[in-house]
Design a protein around this ligand. Sequence first.
Ligand code: 9D3
Length: 233
Amino acid sequence: MRVAVVTIFPEMFDALTEYGVTRRAFEKNIIEIKYFNPRDFTDDIHNSIDDRPYGGGPGMVMSPEPLKNAIVEAKQWINGKVKVIYLSPQGKLMKQSRIKALSEEENLIFLAGRYEGIDERIILNYVDYELSIGDYIVSGGELPAMVVLDAIIRYKPGVLGNDESVHQESFSEGIFDSPNYTRPEIFENIQVPKVLLSGDHKKIKDWRRAQAITKTKNTRPDLVRGHNNYQLS
Ligand code: 9D3
């Protein structure tokens, strides 16, 4: 999969490409990533990428022309089927099923905005999906793009070890993990639950499931099946 990122801060993506399991995915060329900086696609002497909003108001808006040029270059590099994703507070809420669908696309372009956002005509003419990572405000689209890309990478064959990837399936979606313990057996006067030391694998499995359900019901009742929960699309 080729991933093009349109951003004025490409160095931020080192957090993804230089660390942990995501780094391994780039090293193995499971994902190829390239950055397209709107700053490199400006026409004017000052390399302006933003301008004042028509109609007035606070802040600045990313100008359409440098963004368009960056997207066109990104498409040339990708040289195949591609979907363009714009990360925005106005987007559809990201969730695991959308991550999975995106992981099955051939190639992706991520558009990370700064300032108050981008000129609406870029969204109208170039964007396939407008996505948000949650109902809180961060300073730009780069961190959201990295969050979404990290989650996509975890679906790619060969990225997670076998032990980790079975966890991604069926049971793990829509329910919390059960609590984890490792040595020592007593830490700050708290004993590891005896059942985990019993060696009775059936009992351990049942206990873990019960713990997971109780914790999910208490913290996120909206996730528990049949618990006043209707499935949205
Ligand atoms: C909604 C707030 N806007 C009006 C006051 C200003 C504004 C703040 C921050 C506009 C854009 C941004 C930058 N945020 C993103 O680009 C962004 C984002 C987010 O802030 N929260 C959740 N998901 C996303 S995806 C992209």
